[in-house]
Write a protein that binds this ligand. Sequence first.
Ligand code: NAI
Ligand code: MN
Length: 336
Amino acid sequence: MKSVVIEQPGKLTIAERPLPQPAAGEVRVKVTGASICGSDVHIWHGHNPFARYPRVIGHEFFGVIDAVGDGVDAARLGQRVAVDPVISCGSCYPCSVGRPNVCATLQVIGVHRDGGFSDYALAPARNAWPLPDTIPDRLASLIEPFTIAANITAFLQPRPDDIALIYGAGPMGLTAVQVLKGVYGVKSVMVVDRLPERLALAAQSGADQCFDNGEIPLAEQLSGVQPTLIIDAACHPAILTEAAALASPAGRIGLLGFSGEPCTITQQSLTSKELSLFTSRLNSNRFPQVIDWLEQGLLQPEKLVTHAFPLRDVERAMTLFEKDPRTCCKVILQMD
Ligand code: NAI
Ligand code: MN
């Protein structure tokens, strides 16, 4: 089989690898499609502290189960499935409180173990979620990015009367816009980015107001409006300070970033307004929820997709994705 392997930081190859055999409790998925995420690019360039090399990348993928290991119901053969990349132990403290995404021995498919930019991939059977026919192949790999928005909004508990502000109109910001509008019915969703092309995508995904903070600071443009719910999906460390200053008293702020740089913030700016701060990593068993939202027609994943390439063009696809955020949002890889 063909697999996209990052042999070492900076070295991407399409390698011929032996067909993997599922271990007990695992399924093998014949991958149909996958999508590119910023973290795939980070592993390629050696910027992901968790990655070990060589690594088959890809954690947003789906396909058809074509082999099962011991203990897995053979009736699952032939099932169309989307794969949750979060592998957890099930018994540590975070797992025991329903937070397997921060399991003490967390493994992420495509990061800690081989992933889905490949003709075939292995996954624990319980990570392979059956897909209804109503979710077409070309959109099924987008379930995973929507689980990120599902996870952070589960903490933030959006209400229709919230005034929401989302930093960043990349894939993460756009999934958040769609979940706030389509699932929670938030009446006012504002998005800020510095790329007009990205803001246009935010408007298409349902944002009510878009702000370009490339030249004029956001605070000057908000004319005193105080957001009650803020999601940082741009993830520059300076944003938290600004978000706390802009937020309404009793507001909630959700953070998605992984920067190792410090950010400067006073206790007063948080406590005087009694702001709540939530962080969110990956997803805690949110695949069924997102599949259900898609079945109900509450989300429009197609609005994020700008490009599709065959797997053999992965390097071109990843380069375009990395270098050209003005024309690129989600890029899909199609297997033969
Ligand atoms: P992206 O890079 O495509 O989008 C970020 C957007 O933010 C860009 O459009 C950029 O122009 C904009 N931006 C940057 N600085 C800004 C600022 N100061 N003000 C306004 N807009 C600004 O990235 P993507 O894929 O949407 O991911 C966003 C972030 O989410 C990344 O930092 C990534 O590490 C993080 N992430 C976190 C996850 C989690 O589970 N916590 C999962 C996936 C991504
Ligand atoms: Mn991703």
